[in-house]
Design a protein around this ligand. Structure first.
Ligand code: 5AD
Ligand code: SF4
Length: 435
């Protein structure tokens, strides 16, 4: 039997899919990348914005055609949207299975219990599930870069965000199991691990004899091997400590890139968003990062048109982006999510057209900044980890610099998994062209 899984949303979901494949193996399912030959079709879903969910409703229709054309094929929705919509998904009669992010261990039992008129559901959230003992089935294409979840859930309750409701409370995974998993992938030839959590800076694991915080965990993973690159996401401006920044600076193999979502440049709005930091605090953290790691790559997330956002608030966001000069940003129009604090207590009062106008201003500014930041690299030497052929020009190779910028360069004698030092000679706003 074969399982096919489509993954939406964040990198944590990519890793969850790998955990699901590992659990499905126990139920006798191998992995396929072709929906047409699958006995089980799953979508690992995202609820973060309304358009993410709309896309998945479209996919359910496509899966439905498979279910009709090939009797016996099972269709399931797992992940954040399963958690959020629960019976609403089952009521459509278009799915056989609905499983939330903390219930993947019950997949074999649920699959065995499905009958044509008896779909199955488990959306219980857990206080302690971290899937620590499960070795994910790696789904990356080149055996080079592995995602490792270090924690699950989120305790922050940002007022716009569904994640605390779809993924439950925050819990940190056993530090030893994380180090073991990183060692294991290194021995299998991987050259890069990315430690994942909604808020990695609040990672905290205690046993009877030791306490490990995120800086401590980073140091342990970095110590595995000098040629194993360590990345992480996502950082939270309120929690990123000097110790974390110092640990990054102290280890050559911890990549110099921080994804530090700002969301807004207006302190008034940050308060409404319950981000627990001010514009000044954010700028101070950036200054600290740049003083200890001058060449640190910095990326962010920004939301346009959150509840009550005025033109002045919007200008604050633009001016913060101008001041910081991010390498890259993920930029979104605010999307009202049912059940969130904002949804329950604030008016979604910026008209859609105005949200989009502000978003476009933000995007335009960021495109200009990205080009500036990439241009500033021209003439520098950077170390890249060779990932494979460049998408645009297969005669060239591509790979990321420590600061996460994508580089393309002539193949020479290089092969996938090699480290190379290249010189930046030109750029676009998203790629460094190197020799
Ligand atoms: N509307 C728009 N963007 C959102 N994000 C989270 N919730 C919402 C929402 N309701 C964005 C934030 C977050 C990223 C993962 O998604 O910028 O950092
Ligand atoms: Fe989407 Fe957030 Fe769930 Fe990731 S955690 S899949 S971004 S809703």
């Amino acid at each position: 039997m074969k399982a096919y899984i489509e993954t939406y949303g964040c990198q944590m979901n990519v890793n969850d899919t790998e955990v699901i494949f590992a659990i499905l193996e126990k139920a006798g399912y191998g992995r396929t990348e072709k929906m047409e030959e699958a006995d089980l079709i799953l979508a690992n879903t995202c609820s973060i914005r309304d358009n993410a969910e709309q896309r998945i409703w479209g996919r359910i229709e496509v899966f439905q055609q498979q279910r009709k054309a090939r009797p016996g094929v099972l269709v399931g929705i797992v992940g954040c949207m399963a958690e959020r919509l629960k019976d609403k998904l089952l009521d459509t009669r278009k799915v056989d299975l609905v499983v939330g992010p903390d219930a993947y261990r019950s997949l074999p039992r649920l699959l065995a219990a499905i009958t044509p008129d008896q779909p199955q559901m488990d959306v219980l959230l857990s206080r302690d599930e971290t899937y620590a003992d499960i070795t994910p089935v790696r789904t990356d294409k080149n055996g080079l870069s592995a995602f490792i979840s270090i924690m699950r859930g989120c305790n922050n309750v940002c007022s716009y965000c569904v994640v605390p409701y779809t993924r439950g409370a925050e819990r940190s995974r056993d530090a030893h199991s994380i180090v073991r998993e990183a060692c294991d992938v290194y021995q299998k030839g991987y050259k890069e691990v990315t430690l994942l959590g909604q808020n990695v800076d609040s990672y905290l694991w205690k046993s009877e004899t030791e306490t490990v915080n995120f800086a401590g965990l980073l140091a342990r993973v970095a110590a595995i091997a000098p040629d194993l690159r360590v990345r992480f996401a996502t950082s939270h401006p309120k929690d990123i400590s000097d110790e974390v920044i110092e640990t990054m600076a102290a280890h050559e193999n911890i990549c110099k890139h921080i994804h530090l979502p700002v969301q807004s440049g207006s302190t008034r709005l940050l308060e409404k968003m319950r981000r627990k930091y001010s514009r000044e605090w954010y700028l101070e953290r950036v200054a600290k990062i740049r003083s200890l790691i001058p060449d640190c790559g910095l990326t962010t997330d920004v939301i346009a048109g959150f509840c009550s956002e005025t033109l002045e608030d919007h200008q604050d966001t633009l001016s913060l982006m101008e001041e910081v000069g991010f390498d890259w940003a993920f930029m979104f129009a605010y999307s009202d999510r049912p059940g969130t604090l904002a949804n329950r207590t604030m008016a979604d009062d910026v008209p859609a057209a105005e949200k989009n106008r502000r978003l476009n201003e933000i995007i335009e500014l960021q495109n200009r900044k990205s080009l500036e930041r990439y241009r500033a690299q021209i003439g520098k030497q950077v170390q890249v980890l060779v990932e494979g052929p460049s998408k645009r020009n297969p005669a060239q190779l591509c790979g990321r610099a420590s600061n996460n910028m994508m580089c393309v360069f002539p193949a020479g004698k290089l092969k996938v998994g090699d480290y190379a030092t290249v010189t930046v000679v030109d750029c676009t706003s998203a790629t460094l062209i190197c020799e």
